[in-house]
Design a binder for this molecule. Structure first.
Ligand SMILES: NC(=O)c1ccc[n+]([C@@H]2O[C@H](COP(=O)([O-])OP(=O)(O)OC[C@H]3O[C@@H](n4cnc5c(N)ncnc54)[C@H](OP(=O)(O)O)[C@@H]3O)[C@@H](O)[C@H]2O)c1
Length: 477
């Protein structure tokens, strides 16, 4: 690096695979002089050769050169493989940086790792920002949704840069300071969990329309195209129409029929469910989606039981509209659960996350972007302490209007033998919240019977135990 570039770059990106190089190009296209570095220099060279004309880049062969090229306080975005590689890069950078400098991890880190890294770097006077970045490679280039955590002070420097490269909806950047330490990566994790749930519900809609309703993929593509207006309008519904309408060039078959029916669950969906279990928050929609993927991969069990059949059922004439209603209502439940999880974590870790702001920054750039998020934003703006999205006037009435059709869909699916774990568990969750009494009372009784776990009563204060093995009298516990 020529000395003339020392101390001139506004920001740096290290890790120039798909995400990092696109993010660097996005920064350069927005007028930021961006220093770029990769473990193997070939990627850096290729970025400059192919895209150097898009803005001002400072290629660096070593991490030391990269750090030297930056204005102070220095800001380096890491876009490398999550886990060990991220730690290795952080260690190398931290040794080269000064108090007040910032290291930003834009990878898909687990929020607990982000908390650990933030605490360690804070001791050295460095800011560490775990920033969730959603939108895949296209988003990284043209405007992702960005969920940065870290200190408010680091956001003062970083915010204007990130907000200018993020997606923008109605004049608002899809980027906001989420909260301290691991808050950004936590929210990104739940975002991905909701993405799992959303896709599962879409997949169930397709399966039911095809196997019980008898529609062909191309017809279902048209159904999704129609749905992509009004309250279901979203990126995922839009691309569902594209994927279902696609025909395999080699065989002439619908593309969906030549793809193996085993889905992966790489990490964030599983993490979301694990953390929900820790927090005691029922995220049944996300859990069903993760399990449905795991089940799809159990080819040994599937091939042993496969009989291919769908039971003949009287499919209601309203099936398409019913499925639309079930999809919408189940989606409301999945989002309500995801927001519950964010709220619970925010309280547990004292993050003070603004839930309405999360809905706002998910409106563009990310995979779950949807018109529907405007409603969520409005709900939390009206009532920041809303106990559940399902309680909000708009969602409550939308779900009430959908519920009859939703039940018909679940009944039809059960009778036909088409699995709809997402629809069914969302409905069960809704029905549980509506119930005046839950059978948890019986569970408590059983626990007291076999393990003297005690119980509380509806009619008086205190904790009690029944002497089940003796005269069954009740004692104060
Ligand atoms: N792909 C997506 O759609 C997406 C979306 C959101 C977030 N993310 C996250 O963004 C990050 C980057 O994703 P990606 O798909 O662009 O790349 P990736 O395949 O996850 O990682 C490849 C990059 O990591 C570098 N790397 C690997 N091990 C390293 C080590 N020990 N030290 C230094 N560098 C190392 C590689 O350098 P070499 O070239 O030298 O091998 C390369 O630049 C990941 O954390 C990913 O989870 C990805």
């Amino acid at each position: 690096m020529a000395n003339s570039t020392e101390g001139t770059a506004r920001i740096a990106v290290t890790g120039l695979a798909t995400m990092g190089s696109n993010l660097a190009r996005n920064l350069a296209r927005h007028g930021f002089k961006v220093a770029v570095h990769n473990r193997s220099f070939a990627r850096t060279k290729s970025l400059i050769e192919q895209h150097g004309h898009e803005g001002e880049f400072v290629p660096a062969e070593t991490a030391a050169e990269l750090v030297a090229s930056l204005q102070k306080p220095r800001q380096v975005i890491i876009m490398v493989k999550a886990g060990g590689p991220t730690d290795a890069v952080i260690d190398e950078l931290a040794d080269l940086m000064e108090p007040g400098d910032m290291i930003i991890d834009g990878g898909n880190a687990h929020f607990a790792d982000t908390r650990r890294r933030e605490a360690a770097l804070k001791e050295r006077g460095l800011h560490f920002v775990g920033a969730g970045i959603s939108g895949g490679e296209e988003g990284a280039l043209n405007g992702p949704s960005i969920m940065p955590g870290g200190s408010p002070e680091s956001y003062k420097h970083l915010g204007p840069v990130l907000e200018s490269i993020a997606a923008n909806v109605d004049g608002q950047a899809c980027c906001v300071h989420v909260g301290p330490d691991g808050a950004g990566h936590f929210v990104k994790m739940v975002h991905n969990g909701i993405e799992y749930a959303d896709m599962q519900l879409i997949a169930e809609s397709y399966d039911l329309l095809r196997r019980a309703g008898g529609l062909a993929p191309a017809q279902i593509a048209d159904v999704f195209r129609t749905w992509n207006s009004g309250d279901l309008e979203s990126y995922l519904v839009e691309i569902t129409a594209e994927v279902l309408g696609h025909v395999d060039a080699e065989t002439g078959k619908p593309f969906v029929d030549v793809v193996t029916d085993q889905a992966e669950q790489k990490g964030t969906g599983r993490w979301t469910v694990q953390e929900a279990l820790e927090l005691g928050i029922p995220v049944t929609g996300i859990a069903e989606a993760v399990f449905a993927r795991s089940l799809s991969a159990r080819t040994d069990q599937r091939s042993a039981l496969q009989d291919g059949g769908v039971n003949p059922v009287d499919v209601p004439d309203t099936l398409v509209d019913d499925v639309r209603a079930a999809l919408y209502a189940s989606k409301v439940v999945a989002y309500a659960q995801g927001f519950d999880q964010i709220r619970a974590a925010s309280e547990t870790y004292s993050w003070d996350i603004d839930l309405g702001a999360m809905a706002t920054i998910w409106r563009g750039g990310c995979i779950i972007r949807a018109v529907f998020l405007n409603r969520i934003r409005e709900a939390y703006e009206k009532s920041p302490d809303l106990p559940s999205l399902l309680v909000d006037e708009y969602f409550r009435s939308a779900v009430e209007q959908a519920v009859e059709a939703w039940r018909r869909v679940v009944v039809t699916a059960v009778q036909a033998g088409v699995p709809v774990p997402g629809f069914a568990s969302a409905l069960a969750y809704y029905d549980a919240l509506r119930s005046e009494r839950l059978p948890a009372a019986l569970v408590q009784g059983l626990r007291d019977f076999f393990g003297a776990h005690t119980y509380t009563r509806v009619d008086k204060q205190g904790t009690f135990h029944t002497l089940w093995g003796a005269d069954r009298s009740e004692i104060d516990a």
